[in-house]
Design a protein around this ligand. Structure first.
Ligand code: SF4
Ligand code: SF4
Length: 284
């Protein structure tokens, strides 16, 4: 069972939901922060020890002694990561998507394996949670490969909660696409609604069941609620705009550790998701 917690825009409370959902349960689970450009789950779930590893990906290195300048590699590369000037091949590593097609096609075996650092992955254990997050290298343009590395620790029988990157572009889609259920966190404001609509469209393209958590539920207007009714989107939880909640959050605290009522609400949220995902599975 893989649950992604996503939002159309940043700052809606996605991480609050991810960490409290994970902490409210007692069964072993993996909590993966796939927001690799700005991971922050570790500010709330803090293992005593973290293991760090650096992740790299393939980029071509041209052996000039072997290369005859035939251009086959540059013609193949869809990402313009290779260019031939005269008989010399120029490599633009930041554009490379690591498909290794150039290596396959080169008739002279002149394309050797080099590497480009993607970033680091930190992993540790906290109570019943194995927590892992990626941190993209400063200057690295592509986050999906590092997101895939964070997700590589998922085993088939795992219970997994993924804190997805905000938005509806490649990183968010890559983080969500492995999910059985997407929990969309939004707020009842015009900006919240605008980005929610885009995210719902993306999740529907992926054919993954979803439900809403409305954060700061007592601000803004009724439009998000009307939209949810129109689109038959279940509202699974509302979190009020309260000073006490903001204070716990700002100290890096967990709502479920401060309040038994919230622990019950978040574990109930998990039960609801579990039931809905199971129903969807039966309907397939
Ligand atoms: S395909 Fe091989 S031989 Fe041809 S230009 Fe590229 S590296 Fe050189
Ligand atoms: S590995 Fe793929 S993307 Fe990278 S340079 Fe070679 S053909 Fe282009």
């Amino acid at each position: 069972m893989i649950i992604s917690v996503a939002s159309g825009k940043g700052g809606t409370g996605k991480t609050t939901v991810s960490v409290n959902l994970a902490a409210s349960l007692e069964t072993p689970l993996k909590l993966l922060d796939c927001d690799v450009e700005e991971p922050n789950v570790h500010l709330f779930i803090q293992p005593d020890e973290m293991v760090s590893r650096t992740e790299s990906t393939f980029v071509p290195v041209i052996d000039e002694q072997r290369c005859n300048g035939c251009r086959k590699c540059a013609d193949l590369c869809e990402f313009n990561a290779l260019a031939v000037i005269g008989e010399k091949v120029l490599v633009f590593p930041e554009l490379c998507h690591s498909c290794e097609g150039c290596r396959e096609i080169c008739p002279e075996q002149a394309v050797q394996a080099g590497s480009r650092e993607l970033g680091t992955i930190e992993t540790g254990s906290w109570q019943h949670v194995i927590m892992s997050y990626g941190r993209l290298r400063v200057g690295e343009a592509m986050s999906p490969p590092l997101i895939a590395r964070v997700q590589s620790i998922i085993d088939p029988d795992d219970l997994v909660i993924i804190d997805a990157p905000p938005g509806t572009s490649c990183p968010a889609i890559n983080a969500m696409k492995v999910s059985d259920f997407v929990l969309l966190v939004t707020e009842p404001t015009p900006f919240g609604l605008h980005d929610l609509v885009l995210t719902v469209e993306a999740v529907r393209q992926l054919e993954i069941p979803c439900g809403l958590v409305i954060n700061r539920a007592d601000i803004g207007n009724e439009e998000v609620y009307r939209y949810a009714r129109r689109e038959s989107l279940p509202i699974l939880m509302e979190i009020p705009f309260e000073r006490s909640i903001a204070e716990i959050y700002s100290r890096g605290g967990l709502l479920v550790e401060h309040s038994e009522e919230w622990r019950i609400r978040f574990s109930g949220l998990f039960d609801t998701i579990n039931d809905r995902a199971a129903l969807q599975e039966v309907g397939r």
